[in-house]
Write a protein that binds this ligand. Structure first.
Ligand code: DGT
Ligand code: CA
Ligand code: CA
Ligand code: ZN
Length: 583
């Protein structure tokens, strides 16, 4: 069996972990980690790339990694990997993956206490023995147990982040729609509903000539394995591990199929009940009168399906049986926000901290994407790994921002802000005198996210109450499928944000999508303003705004609830709201 891209990526990831436990330089560790990431994201089979002699065209794959890949692909083995695996037990690597355990601790558990598996670590923690080790205590022992629980939960999941599934599905659909037999097509299922994680990809294509489309689907370069190849349905597994299902159907049945396969199941159960109340059965093919002769009623559009039930078309992001059917019946569906409503991006990083582009480059890139103004918000002093700015450097940066703003005005405006750390003790990273000089202030949790509920909530409340803080960045601190959110009392956070007119962010980075829809929806209901920002560190990340919009739509958000829809004048006025109140 040839190795799959995922197996190779996992092996390189493993090498990075083992090198890290051995105390190797971050440079060498990152080389393997970045290569693993690039291989995991490849649309083609690594073996095919090797056959074309193009390994070094893979991003983050240089000469040394290419040699390792060649050895692995030709011999099926990697000597370097086998040697490392003998030195570092696999269970120690697994311990490294626990939240809050770094390479030093993993090594300490192994060398000082002989712990080489998560099971053993759990046993020792439950027996109260971990607390006796150096640098450990009762609290850190309890944290280990929480981390083990969380690891067990996440490893049971086989879902994929929306940020990986959507581009992958789009690339496949584009290939199918390029065929002359394809009339039109769409990505249905949970991607269409903008769930933050995706179980599998559901594609629909309308055509009267399915076989060429199915043939293409099962032979695309992205395909690792064909699970099924039929006349109306085929299923494949892609190199990135995602399963994709394709259904090809006649255009006159498009509406019922699209409605059915867009889900959610709970929404569809309600829809079928409504049909039954009108004497109709409904499946993915058609409506059929229950007491009739079996003659089908076809719907070519989704609108026709909803119309038959006396409903207006319901945006797919709302279809979770979360009140959307009642709202549709009452004629109160929300006027959901769209990308066209967005005028600004209020959170991004530059080379002043950990971003890749200069201030001017970020401004040009944002302008090219149709934004009218931006705020530069680099990291604050506590974020040492992110090269956070001292107060002096922050004010130096302000001079550059002002200069670039003057150059670009009036076509485009650049404001000066910061993404300030909320420190572990709840204090903020700059004094008020410094914050007073900024146009816009974001406060974010980056450290000690695992504090007990009361403590971590108090930190965020303190930031919300500060009169200079405009926005709480990625409030819950989650990383999708990787790190659980902080245990915040969201009712208290939302109530305080409403009271102090502090906005809450929907961070559009698909690794975060924080606030998630259910919290964003509650915040808006309580009168809180939201911001939808990219938190971009690169040019491409500015395009991730669409994930933020999708999440906001899922949260029933209308344009007027989002400060990024404000005009320049309205935005300036909004940032001065507390001065007006004399706060
Ligand atoms: P996922 O893939 O777990 O992220 O979520 P979905 O919603 O994409 O679910 P999936 O792929 O199982 O099915 C796609 C849609 O097809 C689903 O949202 C509703 C519809 N569907 C699939 N199986 C059933 C079923 O057994 N009953 C009903 N009522 N609908 C179904
Ligand atoms: Ca699906
Ligand atoms: Ca499916
Ligand atoms: Zn940021």
């Amino acid at each position: 069996m040839p190795l799959t891209n995922r197996e190779i990526a996992a092996m390189f990831e493993n090498i990075a972990d083992m090198l890290q436990i051995q105390g190797e330089s971050i440079h060498r560790v990152s080389a393997y980690r970045n290569a693993a990431q690039a291989i995991r994201d490849l649309p083609r089979d690594v073996q095919a790339i090797a056959d074309d002699g193009e390994l070094e065209t893979i991003p983050n794959v240089g000469k040394i990694i290419a040699e390792k890949l060649t050895e692995l692909l030709t011999t099926g083995k990697l000597e370097f990997y086998e040697r490392l695996s003998e030195e570092v037990p696999p269970g120690v690597v697994e311990i490294l993956h626990l939240n809050g355990v770094g390479p030093k601790k993993a090594k300490m558990f192994w060398q000082d206490a002989g712990i080489t598996s998560v099971d053993e670590l759990e046993k020792q923690a439950r027996a109260g023995k971990l607390r006796e080790l150096s640098g450990m205590g009762v609290k850190s022992e309890a944290k280990i147990l929480t981390a083990i629980e969380s690891l067990k939960q996440h490893s049971a999941e086989t879902r994929t982040p929306l940020g990986i599934a959507l581009p992958s599905a789009e690339a496949i659909l584009a290939q199918l729609l390029a065929l002359p037999q394809a009339e039109h097509g769409v990505i249905a299922g949970s991607i269409r509903r903008a769930r933050p994680t995706i179980g599998d990809v559901d594609l629909l294509v309308a055509s009267d000539d399915a076989p060429p489309i199915m043939d293409r689907f099962v032979t695309m370069p992205e395909v690792e394995q064909v699970l099924g190849h039929g006349p109306t349905k085929s299923s494949v597994v892609l190199h990135n591990g995602l399963q994709a299902d394709l259904r090809v159907l006649a255009a006159e049945r498009w509406g019922t199929a699209l409605q059915y396969f867009s889900g959610s199941q709970t929404h569809n159960i309600r829809i079928r009940e409504m049909a039954r109340a009108q004497g109709l059965s409904l499946n993915e093919h058609a409506f059929t009168p229950i007491n009739g002769d079996g003659a089908e009623i076809l719907c070519a559009t989704e609108e026709a399906v909803y119309e038959r039930l006396g409903l207006p078309w319901i945006p797919p992001e709302l279809r979770e049986d979360g009140g959307e059917i009642e709202a549709a019946q009452a004629g109160h569906l929300p006027n959901l926000i769209t990308l066209e409503d967005i005028r600004s991006d209020l959170h991004m990083h530059t080379t002043w901290s950990d971003g890749k582009l200069s201030i001017r480059q970020m401004a040009d890139a944002a302008r090219a994407r149709g934004r009218q103004f931006i705020v530069i918000t680099d990291h604050s002093v506590s974020s040492a790994i992110a090269n956070g700015l001292s107060a002096e450097r922050l004010l130096e940066q302000q001079e550059e921002v002002r200069r670039i703003d003057a150059e670009m005005e009036p076509d485009f405006r650049v404001f000066h802000g910061v993404e300030m750390d909320i420190r572990a003790d709840g204090t903020l990273d700059y004094p008020d005198e410094v914050l007073a000089q900024l146009d816009f202030v974001i406060a974010s949790l980056h450290v000690s996210l695992q504090q007990p509920r009361e403590q971590v909530t108090a930190r965020v409340l303190n930031a919300i109450r500060n009169p200079y803080v405009d926005l709480i960045g990625h409030p819950r601190g989650q990383l999708i499928l990787q790190r659980d959110p902080a245990d915040l009392d969201m009712d208290a956070v939302i109530a305080a944000a409403a009271e102090h007119e502090t906005a809450l962010e929907i961070n559009a980075n698909p690794r975060r999508l924080d606030l998630e829809a259910q919290y964003a929806r509650r915040a808006v209901e309580m009168g809180v303003r939201l911001a939808i920002n990219t938190d971009a560190h690169t040019e491409e990340q500015l395009d991730q705004i669409r994930y933020g919009i999708m999440t906001a739509r899922r949260a029933w958000v209308e344009p007027q609830s989002v400060i990024n829809t404000l005009t320049l004048d309205e935005f300036i006025e909004w940032t001065q709201r507390r001065i007006r109140q004399g706060a």
